[in-house]
Design a protein around this ligand. Structure first.
Ligand code: FA5
Length: 384
């Protein structure tokens, strides 16, 4: 029996005698409402006038005041229902009216999409008027949004460049903890508690024995303990200091540590390696110079300076008219430090250096403020 035939019979003729049987009947009608509506929505229409016509047809079939299916149900099921079934039929009828509100013409117009069948068959063009199609008025043929591509941070780029040069020389890469013990950060590096150098490397303490490392030099000891000699390593990583931030100082910055330990290692090896490294990194025109310096963990100690990249050694504001710019600390590993690493200083010797990655990046890219690296401003970062 079709839905049209059913709604012209009484409940008695349909043998609906209990509230459950009434509810089943109404459930079938609500399912028919949704199925007819869905058929039209899936099909879509070719143009506006066809859409209006089909929407009106479906609306009238169900909701027309005199001949619509809902009126028939009112007449044949509700009005003729036996007294004991009236409350159940009334409730179910109300539910049906609510459910059939989706068949009002304006609701149908919103739901039925326009499908233009032109040269490109199957292409969907939805109304640009937001909310007039099921897709919320979106044009599915438009290209999607592109997410901007990020780039490798300049500090990471410089760090990788330095790593590549040393990997090419046969060095390997080590790492160590950023939260370090006082022993590795100071004592094993020949800086006892009373040493004034501790003031220069003040940092944030977790407790009296644990701190944020002030340099990558503790990895020298850890690597010697772990691998023994001979040893050729570099260690890139973060360091922390209680320095006042300015254009050349940050509280968090990056260093690369270098360490070579072997038999017959001399200061000449250190000079040759760092000179080669500086020319590879800054270009063949660069000249290097070693100045005496002091670090408790190297003896003798030096600072490596390169000819100023900005004035080519002629003298300018950056190099304070000297023509030279200091770029890293270095020296021969102190025998006491070799001993702390478990290496016999009678048999082995070594050299080490520590450079600041941000300062290298500043010189390479002509950047005048170290803070720019850590502010995360895309306008700055996307230049690299
Ligand atoms: C040291 O940290 C030694 N450990 C380096 C070393 C290693 C010497 C091995 C000998 C043998 P220094 O404190 O000078 O040294 O720091 C090394 C580099 O880190 C500096 O040349 C500088 O480029 C960078 N640096 C230091 N403090 C800061 C800071 N607050 N912000 C940015 N860079 C810094």
């Amino acid at each position: 029996m079709t839905i049209d035939e059913k709604v012209r019979k009484t409940l008695k003729e349909l043998e609906a005698k209990t509230p459950d049987e009434v509810n089943n009947l109404f459930a079938g009608v609500i399912a028919a409402v949704e199925s007819e509506r869905q058929k039209l929505v899936t099909r879509g229409t070719a143009d506006e006038s066809e859409r209006e016509r089909l929407a009106k047809e479906l609306r009238d079939r169900w909701l027309a005041r005199k001949s619509g299916i809902i009126s028939s149900i009112d007449e044949c099921w509700l009005k003729t229902a036996p007294k004991e079934l009236k409350p159940a039929v009334g409730r179910a009828f109300n539910e049906l009216r609510k459910a059939s509100a989706v068949l009002e013409t304006n609701e149908l117009l919103k739901a039925i999409p326009l499908k233009r069948r032109g040269k490109r068959q199957g292409e969907l063009i939805f109304s640009a008027d937001a909310g007039t199609s099921k897709m919320g008025g979106r044009d599915l043929t438009l290209p999607g949004y592109r997410r901007p591509l990020g780039s490798v941070h300049p500090v990471t780029q410089v760090m990788r460049e330095i790593e590549d040069i040393f990997l090419g020389l046969g060095f390997s890469i080590e790492s160590g903890p950023e939260i370090e013990s006082v022993y590795y950060n100071f004592e094993a590096l020949n800086i006892p508690e009373s040493h004034p150098a501790r003031d220069d490397w003040d940092t944030l303490y977790v407790n009296s024995q644990v701190l944020l490392r002030t340099h990558t030099s503790p990895v020298q000891i850890r690597a010697m303990e772990k691998h023994g000699a001979p040893l050729y390593i570099i260690c890139p990583g973060k360091c922390y200091r209680h320095d006042n931030p300015d254009s050349t100082h940050a509280t968090m910055f990056h260093q690369v540590e270098g360490l070579a330990v072997d038999t017959d290692i001399s200061f000449a090896d250190l000079k040759g390696t760092l000179d080669f490294f500086a020319r590879k990194f800054f270009g063949e025109k660069i000249r290097t110079n070693f100045f005496p310096s002091f670090f408790p963990f190297t003896e003798p100690s030096g600072d490596l300076a390169i000819s100023c990249v900005f004035c080519e050694g002629k003298g300018c504001r950056v190099c304070k008219e000297s023509g030279w710019v200091e770029v890293m600390g270095c020296g021969m590993v102190h025998p006491e430090v070799l001993r702390h690493g478990g290496i016999d200083p009678g048999r082995y010797s070594g050299w080490a250096f520590g450079l600041g990655v941000e300062r290298f990046a500043m010189m390479k890219y002509d950047i005048n403020d170290i803070q720019l690296f850590h502010q995360g401003d895309a306008r700055f970062l996307e230049q690299f």
